[in-house]
Design a binder for this molecule. Structure first.
Ligand SMILES: Cc1cc2nc3c(=O)[nH]c(=O)nc-3n(C[C@H](O)[C@H](O)[C@H](O)COP(=O)(O)O)c2cc1C
Length: 358
């Protein structure tokens, strides 16, 4: 199935496995997707530069096919604007239940520049990003290094901004999507546009290839996305429960047992809106005035880690899109192959570019 995306990224099938920061996207998962003809993505936002380099080497030992590294574009934040005691008080009951002490010094984010330096030095084939658009000098350096780029947009305005910056492709992230909202222009509520509504409006507004994301789990989603004018799909939740995924076993079980009624968009874990499964933490923290990302993320880190260790999914961030019923605990290659096979049955793909709906 050849599209503008397969040509741009040098892959066989228009299926991108989303970068999922926080552990799911092991080198094994990334390599398995790329070996199957899709594009595997290392979700590297929380990784140190040294860890990214090591993971890239591992991926390269497993596949010679193209793959991507994904990072968060940094936004300004001011930890001094918040009272750590107040934040600590909202989390005290969880720490007590998990038997952990309030942490001392907190580290907030990895240096984007240092992370990106590894992407450049390693000449990673594809770089994707969310939460904004990198500065011109960074995009210039990526282009000079021959690295293809893909940015995230949740509105037409953002997609136009991504294109205007000279990025090669845009991922239109619909409201169904699991994980953090990529919204960077305006409040996140305005960016909660469904995939079905967002994709054709983005397709009509930009000239660069578009990846559809959000609730796409199988060949029906790929076929629908192509019908909407997208050039491919980016799937996250569909790969979470794969054996190669590094997601916590309790998290995998929770996704496999969840229904479409059980996700919510919450700021409780990180300070940034993200879609995940409802649990005690999201419900009890509703209405609590939490600090912005990454301040809240740093403050909840020990709670999330202790919960994972104790297999207490009620306090873990269980990011998931709105179609968890369609997640399968099968090898990643099978997800790619079945998605492409079913989509090929549904659409007779002639490889021609799609026009606008006008
Ligand atoms: C567990 C998880 C973590 C995610 N982490 C990232 C990330 O680090 N960077 C990113 O660009 N998108 C991230 N996303 C969002 C995906 O790129 C994509 O928009 C989303 O998975 C699409 O919706 P779906 O989960 O219904 O397939 C994450 C999604 C999930 C489910």
């Amino acid at each position: 199935m050849e599209t503008r995306i397969t040509r741009l990224l040098g892959i066989e099938h228009p299926v991108v496995q989303a970068g999922m920061a926080g552990g799911p996207t092991t080198p094994r998962l990334v390599a398995a997707v790329s070996e199957a003809g899709g594009l595997g993505t290392l979700g590297a936002a929380y990784m140190t530069p040294a860890a990214i380099r090591m993971a890239v080497e591992e991926i390269r030992a497993l596949t010679q096919k193209p793959f991507a590294v994904n990072l968060f574009v940094p936004e300004p934040f001011d930890p001094s604007a918040y009272d750590p005691e107040e934040i600590g008080a909202s989390l005290a009951a969880y720490r007590e239940e998990l038997g952990i002490e309030t942490p001392g010094e907190l580290s907030y984010v990895q240096s984007f520049e240092d992370q990106l330096a590894v992407v450049l030095e390693e000449r990673v084939p594809v770089f994707s990003f969310t939460f904004g658009v990198p500065e011109k000098e960074h995009l210039d350096a990526l282009r000079e290094a021959g690295i293809a780029t893909a940015g995230t947009a949740t509105t037409v305005r953002e997609a136009v901004a991504v294109e205007a910056a000279g990025v090669d492709a845009v991922t239109a992230q619909g409201a169904e999507a699991g994980g953090h909202r990529g919204t960077f222009l305006g409040p996140h509520e305005g960016g909660l546009v469904g995939t079905m509504a967002l994709v054709p409006q983005v397709v009509d507004s930009v000239g660069i290839p578009v990846l559809a994301a959000g609730g796409i789990m199988d060949g029906r989603g790929l076929a629908a996305s192509l019908a909407l004018g997208a050039d491919g799909v980016q799937m996250g939740t569909a790969f979470l429960a794969c054996p190669e995924s590094g997601a916590h076993e309790g998290y995998k079980r929770a996704v496999l047992g969840a229904t479409e009624e059980e996700t919510t968009v919450t700021r409780a874990f990180s300070g940034k809106a993200a879609r995940g499964l409802k649990n005690r933490f999201t419900e009890e923290m509703e209405g609590v005035d939490v600090p912005e990302y990454p301040v809240q993320n740093a403050h909840t880190r020990d709670v999330r880690a202790a919960a994972a260790k104790a297999d207490r999914t009620e306090f873990m961030s269980l990011w998931s899109g709105q179609a968890p019923r369609l997640a399968r605990p099968v090898p990643a290659a099978e997800v790619v192959e079945k998605t492409v096979a079913l989509a090929s049955e549904i659409v007779t793909w002639d490889g021609k570019e799609k026009g606008s709906g006008a």
